[in-house]
Design a protein around this ligand. Structure first.
Ligand code: PRT
Ligand code: ZN
Length: 285
């Protein structure tokens, strides 16, 4: 039986969440200090712990069969690795920032400027698309200090809360791409390895779906049932159970996190009472 080699970040912003996702998928690894490789005891997968920058290369070369990495790393060198699923964590954006004293007029301001970045590939493509030429200084870390020490006029870097920019006297002026962690795979896997990855993906989707939905229970007057059913149809239709009190029922359904507060407001208008909202652990539709 084949084993899928899955590359994840050894230590950094992706590591914990990657391991947590696997554990929520019921894929268990022995605890203990992180070695180079770890074999799951209940699923045909083996983890390779790598630097995030190396993951797309290892996957496209077939040293690893699949990997979890930020979209920014894949985009930088345009690795030919199919993305199986967006994983919803390590969200960030790649933006251009300039000293806050600059009166930035638009992308034409960048013409002929010196821009410091760890992502020269993505920046170059953006500039070419806008018909601009700039002097790109590739540096591997602490990009945000470059304008302050006179090394650059602008920077192009990862931003998440924006506080690093602010504390370095910079302001964000253009967002070039958004990024999040994704599951990638090698494009030429055996059928067996693809099947293993599909089984893993099935579990990942069940976990993701559960996170974005809540189980909801409420009591409502019987005349509101048709409208409440339209509001919270759930996976097929709500469960309706008569209460011991004449004219009332209990409804059970599933509601999406994004619509949640709006739905609650409408439910109350329809006379719903005793609303209980419960997290869902796994959701298979
Ligand atoms: O050692 P290794 O090479 O594996 O790790 P690394 O140091 O290169 O990467 P790491 O762990 O810092 O980040 C891994 C991935 O997390 C990145 O490739 C992104 O996909 C994603 N990610 C999400 C981030 C951030 N958010 C983030 N905020 N990566 C870096 N940052 C840095 C950013 O460079 C800047 O210095 O955080 C600072 C900005 O944060 P805010 O919140 O102040 O805006
Ligand atoms: Zn890195």
């Amino acid at each position: 039986m084949e084993i899928v080699k899955l590359a994840i970040q050894k230590s950094g912003r992706l590591s914990e969440k990657s391991l947590q996702l696997l554990s929520e998928c019921g894929i268990g690894f022995e605890n203990g200090e992180r070695r180079l490789v770890a074999r799951a005891h209940n699923f045909p997968v083996e983890l390779l712990f790598l630097r995030d920058d190396d993951i797309p290369q290892y996957v496209s070369d077939g040293v690893a069969d699949a990997g979890i990495v930020g979209e920014n790393i894949i985009a930088e060198k345009e690795y030919p690795v199919p993305v199986m699923e967006k994983l919803g964590f390590a969200r960030c954006r790649l933006s251009l920032a300039v000293p806050k004293s600059v009166s930035y007029s638009g992308t034409e301001w960048l013409q002929g400027k010196r821009i410091a970045t760890s992502y020269p590939g993505i920046l170059k493509r953006f500039l070419t698309e806008k018909n601009l030429e700039a002097d790109i200084h590739e540096i591997s870390g602490s990009v945000e200090i470059a304008p302050g020490i006179g090394l650059a006029d602008a920077i192009f870097d990862i931003v998440s809360s924006g506080s690093t920019l602010i504390s370095n006297g910079l302001k964000e002026v253009e967002t070039i791409m958004h990024s999040q962690a994704v599951l990638i795979k090698n494009a030429h896997l055996s059928q067996e390895k693809n099947q293993i990855l599909d089984r893993m993906l099935f579990r990942i989707r069940a976990v993701q779906k559960a996170k974005s939905n809540k189980y909801i229970l409420l009591n409502a007057p019987n005349e509101s049932i048709p409208e409440i059913t339209r509001l919270i149809p759930g996976m097929k239709s709500p469960t309706v159970i008569p209460l011991a009190m004449e004219g009332w029922s209990s409804l059970h359904s599933v509601v999406n996190e994004n619509d949640f507060w709006e739905v609650i407001g409408k439910l109350k208008e329809l006379g719903a009472q005793g609303i209980l909202v419960i997290p869902i652990e796994k959701m298979i539709v």
